[in-house]
Design a protein around this ligand. Structure first.
Ligand code: PAF
Length: 283
């Protein structure tokens, strides 16, 4: 099977019309092992796999890294060809946004918390492009990484509340040997920062183990971890223990948790998270 690269919406729809089972992985390119693990999930659940490569200006604030976001198309093509996908959707901006995108979604308050507090408008941009891509590709399943935990949560809610006939599947976070989660933004890190970056995951693990050992003062755990990172010259945007199902602040009685963090190392902003499941609560 030869991988096709299609930029045009009409051509893509015509090509996909006869497909009974379409698996979709939306990406902004600069693919790494994390993306490829999502591709594998799509391939396991659908006969035809489509990956989109589109750096979505709408989800970047004017001061953010849209212009310098890594674009590595040739490498992406060869990784996807090796992975054996069927089709790349590679639209340019004029195809996706031929007119200013004045219709956008009204999002739940969850979109203004955590990432949304520090990146206003980010999730409006994300859900708008994801909904557009869903309408263009019309997949049966779509795969998103747990690395972007809040994004996954909001996409799931959007699909459910807007009755989209798409099954959303989640891929686990893939990490390099030192624990750093794969991310396109890791490319901004210097070698020394790359080594230091493992401390974000270590902080999450430290909290996870403390909770598993019975510590229920979640605020204290959050504050301690933040202080430790700050002392190592990180600038923490948030580091919070949340209920997994709602992404609201966790209480000491909750057993299904996720610890979510975003922090700056030099000029690079990293995000990460770790799920914690307690089988029993201490007395
Ligand atoms: O997670 C991403 O790479 C992006 O937010 C997405 C889902 C491709 C939308 O642009």
């Amino acid at each position: 099977m030869v991988m096709e690269i299609i930029s045009d919406i009409t051509a893509l729809r015509a090509r996909l019309k006869s497909e009974q089972s379409i698996g979709f992985v939306p990406t902004m390119g600069n693919l790494h092992e994390g993306h490829l693990s999502l591709v594998t999930i799509a391939q396991q659940h659908a006969r035809c796999t489509v990956v989109s490569l589109f750096v979505n200006r709408l989800q970047f604030s004017p001061h953010e890294d849209f212009d310098r976001y890594p674009r590595t198309l040739q490498n992406d093509f060869s990784l996807l060809e090796k992975a054996g996908i069927d089709m790349i959707f590679l639209p340019d901006e004029k195809i996706i946004y031929p007119v200013p995108q004045t219709f956008q979604l009204l999002l739940p308050t969850l979109a203004d918390t955590l990432e949304g507090t520090f990146r206003p408008g980010f999730f409006r941009g994300v859900t708008t492009i994801v909904l557009k891509l869903f309408n263009i590709v019309q997949p049966h399943i779509a795969v998103f990484g747990k690395k972007d935990y809040q994004q996954l949560h909001l996409v799931r809610d959007m699909v459910e509340q807007l009755n989209l006939p798409i099954t959303i599947l989640a891929g686990e976070t893939i990490r390099s040997e030192n624990g750093l989660a794969f991310s396109s933004r890791n490319g901004y890190l210097t070698p020394a920062e790359h080594t230091e970056a493992s401390h974000l995951y270590q902080s999450l693990n430290q909290i996870k183990h403390a909770i598993a050992a019975g510590e229920r003062n979640l605020k204290l755990l959050e504050e301690t971890a933040k202080q430790q990172l700050n002392q190592r010259n990180w600038r923490v945007d948030y580091l919070s223990v949340m209920q997994r199902n709602t992404l609201l602040p966790a209480t000491p009685q909750d057993t299904e948790l996720v610890i979510l963090a975003a922090a700056w190392l030099g000029t690079t902003r990293l995000i990460d998270n770790l799920e914690v499941t307690l089988t029993s609560l201490p007395d």
